[in-house]
Write a protein of this length. Sequence first.
Length: 164
Amino acid sequence: MKKCLIIILCIIISLIASLTYTDSVFLTDSKNLINILLTLLGLCFTSFSFISTSINDILKKSNKHDDESLRVTLNKLLDSIRKDIVLILYATIVLIAINTLYYFDFPLIKNPIGVDFGLLVIPSLKNFCLNFVVSFIFCLSLYSLYDLVKASFILLRKCYCIIY
């Protein structure tokens, strides 16, 4: 339920960002978002090494009674962290591909301009679709970063509880 709510929220934010007429909206600027995601990816790899050493410390200092349940919990956290890092990696690759497609003009494919739905007018359908995908991917990457930080704090809490 929580993931569906987050995806719906990302879609709503992406629709609002892609309906803007200017290119100055942060969520649709793919050149800057690629740099940000590459920086986040580097931070994720650094935090993964920090997290894996924390997990080793937790397992070394844990009781033998709690060992199995602790291993299951830590494996779930590691799997979640791995999925978050892979999502940010794929998001970066997709944003690079979309940035390339943004400036490529396909022959024999017409870009509808001035699409009027009554309530709103889309100046360029190509820009709308690409801006929507870029902002949606970036919103999901931000949630992935949030999930990564949350998992790190859970591990720190477990490490603190076991040590003291």
